[in-house]
Design a binder for this molecule. Structure first.
Ligand code: M6R
Length: 607
């Protein structure tokens, strides 16, 4: 969603702001803007609708040597995407950029009669509110910002500069991330640490309710109630290679192909084949607490939700007396759900910033239920607010469509399930087959990707005319089918939905005709014959079926994509690699934007 960058130092601010905004492009946006100040406070405001290249065209005619500035990529919430609605917004001497939503902006706007509003945004209201307290520089900028924020209801990450104080930036956060990069004679800000990579390795993550006064050589942080905060400087672990395409045409393909390595990182030090055990330090639950767990609530959105669904199928296979409920965060946060005693909640999020997932975390904590994060982004809000957690360590995921995170989230949750089962005394003979497969998965993922790649590309290109698709699976292949359908839908704009094979006769079978393509995940196992009968039923009605399997069968389907047969339990996870590649090549064949699909953002920080 929206992105924020800022710079104060001795270098060219415009250069950093533009390169920083480009790093944040992956989050999704529809307009962008920057403002810089010269040493006398003269401002150069540049804004453009659409891609950053449009902003760069304006910049080429307005190059400045200014050493301070702030910038923003906007993802429209209040008012259409347009230059006027793009940030930074100005009110008098104030320029302000904002992520989040000011819920009471209408009430506030009604009081700000002296300001002539130009945009439809809630952000301009905030700029005018700050200006009303600033009164042309009669008060320190930070005091004006604090007074304004005390009146605000909603979420924000903001950066503010004033033409009257052209050597300082004020930033604040409540519900929307802000990172301060500590450099030598320069301070940088960003809503996402990836914009800082290559500039500094040291960062301060602002907490909700904190405000900071930033100069090139100093950072003072306090709470809105004026209590001083001693900042903790943390290391940014990401390197430049991790946020570049590394020779691939798209981030999505890079991230799909990276999965053997990214999963290895998830497993590192956590799986011991010699002892046949799994060890997760992060959750921080004692053996006794693990033994007592009777109920798991798994919370996530989109792909994270699917990872939770699939993990739940596995965990209940090997853990006695456990009930698992996997829920969509945007629904769960408003339900009156009763969480029984001896429950633990798994909070699943790649970005660690998803607004609905975060809201659920806070609700669940209020009920006194221990929360465990399954998170990728280090230092993210969810990672910091959970009681314990397991980072999946897949590195930055830039493409909007989530791929490597899914694989690692799912396996991390299964590993958590295994630690519960171990504590409950489940026989090693029951758990070992799962643990052995998990240890082999990175190699099996590599083998699968290599084996299926060309076939999937060919099949996707051959089916590019389809606008409707049905993904089908049973048991563990069903959540995998759901994830496959989401991938195809979000990047190739094919109307793709998933059904459990057994549900076909209860409605979806009526859809089968020449407009629809069916993508069937059929692993060998106890339900293989039943799934094959379902495929037959689809074929009998003229279906265009592509089967993904790890075994042989004899049916006149349109295409078969075969994955290696060595993996039994986690075969649906390998099948999901096929779905990921299929969505990728379908999108390329249709000529759409692979990494930044329309209307979507990487990190959904508003409800
Ligand atoms: O960052 P999160 O894992 O919390 O994000 C959750 C969803 O927004 C995300 O998985 C989304 O569904 C992806 N675009 C799917 O590819």
């Amino acid at each position: 969603m929206c992105g924020i960058v800022g710079y104060v130092g001795n270098k060219n601010a415009q250069d950093f702001l533009i390169s920083g905004l480009k790093r944040l492009e992956y989050r999704g946006y529809d307009s962008a803007g920057i403002v810089t100040l010269d040493k006398d406070g003269n401002a150069t405001l540049l804004r453009a609708k659409g891609k950053i290249i449009n902003l760069e065209e304006k910049l080429a005619k307005n190059k400045r040597e200014d050493k301070i500035g702030i910038g923003h990529t906007r993802w429209a919430t209040h008012g259409e995407p347009s230059e006027t609605n793009a940030h930074p917004h100005q009110a008098g001497d104030i320029y302000l950029v904002h992520n989040g939503i000011i819920e009471n902006y209408k009430e506030l706007k009604a009081t700000l009669t002296e300001h002539e509003f130009k945009s439809e945004t809630d952000t301009e209201v905030l700029a005018a509110l700050v200006e009303s307290f600033y009164q042309g520089g009669a008060h320190p900028l930070i005091n004006a910002v604090v007074q304004a924020l005390k009146l605000v209801k909603g979420t924000y990450g903001i950066a503010v500069v004033s033409t009257k104080a052209p050597d300082e930036i004020v930033v604040a956060r409540a519900g929307s991330p802000l990172v301060i990069g500590v450099g030598h004679d320069e301070t940088l800000i960003a809503s996402d640490a990836s914009a800082l990579v290559g500039h500094t390795k040291q960062a301060i993550y602002l907490n909700d309710g904190e405000v900071a006064l930033i100069h090139k050589d100093s950072i003072e942080i306090k709470t809105l109630n004026a209590e001083p905060v001693s900042a903790k400087v943390e290391m940014i672990e990401t390197n430049l290679a991790a946020i570049q395409k590394g020779g691939y045409e798209h981030f999505l393909l890079k991230e799909i192909m990276e999965q053997p390595e990214s999963l290895k990182e998830t497993l590192r030090g956590r799986v011991n084949l010699e002892t046949g055990t799994v060890r997760l330090g992060g959750p921080g639950l004692s053996e006794e607490k693990l033994r007592k767990i009777k109920h798991l609530v798994i919370v996530g959105c989109g792909t994270a939700y699917h990872a939770g669904l699939l993990a739940g199928y596995y965990i209940e296979q090997f853990t006695p007396e456990i009930t698992i409920e996997t829920v969509i965060a945007s629904e769960y946060r408003y339900r009156s759900a009763y969480i029984p005693k001896d429950s633990v909640a798994l909070i699943v999020s790649q970005s660690g910033e998803t607004a609905d997932t975060l809201a659920c975390l806070r609700e669940i904590k209020k009920q006194g239920v221990p929360t465990i994060g399954i998170v990728n982004a280090i230092g993210s809000t969810i990672a910091r607010e959970v009681d314990g957690g397991t980072y999946v360590h897949v590195g930055p995921e830039i493409s909007v469509a989530s791929t490597k995170a899914f694989t690692s989230q799912m396996i991390a949750m299964v590993m958590f399930g295994l630690t519960i089962a171990q504590a409950k005394g489940v026989k090693p003979g029951v758990l070992y087959p799962y643990i052995k497969e998990i240890a082999n998965l990175p190699e099996m993922i590599r083998k699968t990707l290599e084996q299926v790649h060309d076939d999937v590309k060919r099949v996707a290109e051959a089916h590019k005319k389809y606008e409707h698709a049905i993904y089908l699976g049973r048991d563990t292949a069903y959540p995998a089918a759901m994830e496959g359908a989401l991938k195809l839908k979000e990047i190739s704009y094919v109307d793709a939905n998933a059904y459990a094979f057994g549900e076909l006769k209860h409605g979806p079978l009526a859809l089968i005709d020449d407009r629809f393509l069916e993508f069937a995940l059929v692993p060998k196992g106890p339900l293989f014959d039943k799934a094959i009968s379902n495929v037959q039923e689809v074929l009998a009605r003229g279906g265009h079926v592509i089967v993904v399997t790890n075994t042989d069968f004899d049916l006149p389907v349109e295409d078969v994509i075969r994955i290696p047969g060595e993996i039994e339990h986690f075969a649906p996870m390998l099948m999901n690699l096929v779905s990921q590649l299929f969505a990728y090549y379908m999108t390329v064949a249709k000529g759409y934007n692979v990494d930044q699909p329309r209307n979507l953002a990487k990190s959904v920080t508003v409800e």
